[in-house]
Design a protein around this ligand. Structure first.
Ligand code: SF4
Length: 231
């Protein structure tokens, strides 16, 4: 069976747009969202949902949340400066194109309940698929309750994440919640590379582990094996 090309599917949706639909975008962190936001804000009115009960420790969750907000503020400031330079006739609605931010609740117990029995599964396995679903489900619910046209997540930008699984889960939730899921494989078209460049440009904090305590332990073990490569 041919592998699906999620980027091409997204291209098709964008080509068919006749207005600026609303999009609820789940985000795991500022660096991953940087490329996704600069790309999608050309076509969608975006609300970012930072919902990540998987992150350990709580200070790390707070740090990533603050960076997420800082990036959105910077992008909005840039958009409003550009608007001022070009004159208001081009942009009669001052709020159009502005990115909104929702900081989701942080209750790590939800993550630990979900991860029960899967604590030792290596990164990229079953625990991660459930972790994608946990976060995407919250996004689908928000999108449904808020009357959004689409929902999706930044997660597919990471070369370590399974885009096929992310999209499969998104499509399942789309049926469950009655909101369109936007297909994505944001690492395509140099998405990941561009996100690294944007992180430098906006001086974003870039963590070196996925987020949960188990991925932090895996990172630690890797560092112990190759201490010379420690960043
Ligand atoms: S490694 Fe990342 S995706 Fe997997 S369970 Fe941990 S936080 Fe979630």
């Amino acid at each position: 069976m041919n592998k699906r090309n999620y980027q091409k599917e997204l291209d098709k949706v964008i080509e068919g747009l006749t207005n600026r639909p609303s999009l609820l975008l789940h985000s795991c962190c500022a660096p991953c969202s940087s490329y996704v936001l600069t790309y999608l804000k050309q076509y969608f009115d975006i609300t970012v949902l930072y919902y990540n009960p998987n992150i350990y420790p709580p200070e790390e969750w707070g740090k990533r949340a603050a960076e997420q907000k800082r990036l959105i503020d910077a992008l909005n400031r840039k958009a409003s400066d550009e608007r001022a330079d070009r004159g208001t006739e081009d942009y009669p609605d001052a709020q159009a194109g502005m990115i909104r931010f929702i900081c989701g609740e942080y209750d790590p117990r939800i993550f630990y309940d979900m991860a029960k029995g899967l604590e030792d599964v290596p990164e990229g396995g079953e625990r991660c698929f459930k972790c994608y679903e946990l976060r995407l489900r919250e996004a689908a619910e928000y999108a449904h309750d808020g009357g959004y046209d689409y929902f999706t997540t930044t997660l597919s930008i990471s070369p370590l994440k399974n885009a096929e699984k992310i999209n499969e889960i998104g499509e399942k939730l789309s049926v469950e919640y009655g909101v369109k899921h936007l297909s994505s494989d944001f690492k395509k078209r140099n998405g990941y590379k561009i996100s690294c460049e944007l992180s430098k440009e906006y001086d974003l904090y870039r963590q070196d582990y996925c987020g949960c305590v188990y991925s932090r332990q895996e990172r630690q073990k890797r560092q112990e094996k190759t201490p010379e490569k420690r960043i």
